[in-house]
Design a protein around this ligand. Structure first.
Ligand code: ZN
Length: 203
């Protein structure tokens, strides 16, 4: 077999190699992205390089909630007018972004930094659970909302977190599982339909 010779210059191959590590981009998409960046050097590549370097320097993890921001404590922890009595627990920062886009929650957040996973070897000590327990035990906290995925890992994590919160006596809730807004019943899978029936509530 002939040794694989790089097609482009080492600099371009290095760029492609790094882009290919970005989630959602494989080697093919990375080549396409690299080419577009090189073609749009002034309008895309240089502004992107600047944004990357600013973010790499300035963004840090909030020591209170685990969110990413240029400030510590972050903007969501310090924002006036948010309810300190409600803590919404999420797996990762992207979940905060989703909830904030929806504009449905006006309390504080706590980012666990992942989900428990026997398969990936992620145990309770790998997540920000101790920090959550400390926050939930503070005076004035009325409710902890577990906004975790309806997957095996998400539900295992919710179970473990609930157990740890139990001694504090704080009201703990989780997001409802069921019929999506705009969803048709006949298109739902059995598990979702079952969960929706279990989570029914009076009108
Ligand atoms: Zn924060």
């Amino acid at each position: 077999m002939r040794p694989k010779t790089p097609v482009a210059s080492p600099e371009i191959e290095a760029l492609i190699g790094l882009l290919a590590k970005v989630p959602g981009l494989g080697p093919r998409s990375a080549r396409r992205a690299a080419l577009q960046l090189l073609k749009k050097r002034e309008t895309l590549m240089k502004p992107l390089a600047d944004a990357l370097s600013v973010a790499a320097e300035a963004v840090k993890t909030c020591s209170t909630c685990g969110n990413l921001d240029t400030r510590d404590p972050c903007g969501l922890c310090t924002a006036p007018g948010r309810d300190d009595g409600l803590i919404c627990v999420v797996a990762d920062v992207q979940d905060i972004w989703a909830l904030e886009r929806a504009g449905a929650f006006r309390g504080r957040y706590h980012v666990l930094g992942g989900l428990l996973s026997a398969l990936d070897g992620i145990g309770p000590d790998d997540l920000r659970i101790a920090g959550l327990i400390a926050r939930a035990g503070q005076e004035g906290v009325r409710e902890v909302i577990l906004a975790l995925s309806a997957t095996v890992d998400g539900q295992t994590t919710a179970h473990v977190v609930t157990e740890r919160l139990a001694p504090l006596g704080v009201h703990t809730t989780r997001l409802a599982h069921g019929v999506p807004v705009g969803g048709e019943l006949e298109l739902l899978d059995d598990g979702t339909l079952f969960a929706a029936l279990q989570s029914r509530r009076p009108l």
